[in-house]
Design a protein around this ligand. Sequence first.
Ligand SMILES: [Zn+2]
Length: 95
Amino acid sequence: MKLVDVDELINSLTVNQLDCPGCPEPEFLPELIEILKEAPEAELPIRSTRWERKWEDWRHQLSWLECSHCHARTLEPYYYCPYCGSYSGGEVYDE
Ligand SMILES: [Zn+2]
């Protein structure tokens, strides 16, 4: 899926129109613009992540959880990463 900015698309259609002053406006253009304006907004897919337990060193005394998506560190396995919003479901993967 490719997300596009409809306002920019409509703008570029109009601007391109102005770049060709001798050309007549295509008959379908107003209808196409209406279709684009009324197109439903796409729902952004939820990015998924997982919490990976990281240890300070080989002694395994001090650890934290790292978001596999944005690499932020926390101590709690949040359902959603508080930094990037990715969904983890609260699962922790120990290395
Ligand atoms: Zn994150």
